[in-house]
Structure formats: C-alpha cells, structure tokens
Design a protein around this ligand. Structure first.
Ligand code: ADP
Ligand code: MG
Length: 140
C-alpha cells in the first residue's frame, strides 16, 4: 500500500460537454485527493511534446489537433496505488470497450474523444507532472 501521485487530464471533449465537475466528483468519491490543478489550452508544440511517444502512430496528428481544440483540466491526483488505480477507474482507451462504471464508459465519446488521460507508469507520472507543474505547484 503506497501513496502515489498520478497525472490526470480532463480532455477537450469532456470539458466541452461540461463533465469536468462530474469527473472530479467521481475521482474524489474513489478516494483521490486533488493536489494541483490548472485549466489550460495546449499549443500544438506542447501537445506534440506531451504525446511524443505516439509520434509514429497513425492517429498522432489527429490526437494533437483534438488535444489543442479547447481547454483541458490538468490535475495531479493522489491516492493509494494512484497510477494503476486511476487507470482502472478510467477504463479502456475505447469507451465502447470500457467496463461499466468507468470514467470513459460514462463520459467518453469514442476512441479519440475518451474524456480523460492518466499516466501509465510511476515514471511517466513523474515526467508528466513535471511537464505541467512547477516544483512549487506540486507541494501540498
Ligand atoms: P491511453 O490514453 O488509454 O493510455 P494510448 O496511450 O494508446 O491510450 O493513446 C493515447 C490517446 O490517443 C488515447 O487516449 C486516445 O485519445 C488517442 N487514441 C488512441 N488510439 C487511437 C485510435 N486508434 N484512433 C484515434 N485516437 C486514438
Ligand atoms: Mg497511454
């Protein structure tokens, strides 16, 4: 039982549909604490850098265009085993395949517009948190 932090992003689709409040409630009801949060609009180069791991994938440019299409809400959230637990409650990448009761099943639209991002490893959680937040902003 380890307390960890992970990086969550409420993506432009869920922001436009005004699901951010519901998603924050959902996350907090599962026991997460929000450590830091900011609403931003990514530039193209920031989105390309954030998703650079996917730069060879066929959906990369569409993904970047989607991620810069409107405001996003970026959060550092904390809980027991936060990285794997958040991936679990997010559900599968494709909302159609996501388990009932997961964020993507409840609030996702399709495989691209799937409501949320969550870090996939402890190492990436640290890298992604530092991508968006300064050291000062991460201390609570
Ligand atoms: P996850 O977000 O579940 O970790 P990936 O890391 O594989 O999924 O993909 C990153 C993001 O790219 C997804 O959340 C989704 O927004 C988008 N994406 C993934 N696969 C596809 C696809 N086949 N077509 C369009 N967009 C996709
Ligand atoms: Mg991923």
């Amino acid at each position: 039982m380890t307390i960890q932090k992970t990086l969550s992003i409420i993506k432009p689709d869920a922001m436009k549909l005004k699901y951010s409040g519901k998603i924050i409630d959902f996350i907090e009801d599962k026991g997460f604490s929000v450590i830091a949060q900011k609403k931003i609009v990514l530039t193209k180069s920031q989105a390309e850098a954030f998703y650079s791991v996917h730069k060879e994938r066929p959906f990369f440019y569409e993904l970047v265009d989607f991620m810069i299409s409107g405001p996003i809400l970026v959060q550092i959230i904390e809980a027991k085993d936060a990285v794997s637990f958040y991936r679990e409650i997010m559900g599968s990448t494709n909302p159609e395949e996501a388990e009932e009761g997961t964020i993507r099943k409840l609030y996702g639209t399709n495989i691209q517009c799937n409501a949320v991002h969550g870090s996939d490893s402890i190492e990436n959680a640290n890298i992604e948190a530092s991508f968006f937040f300064s050291k000062l902003e991460m201390i609570i």
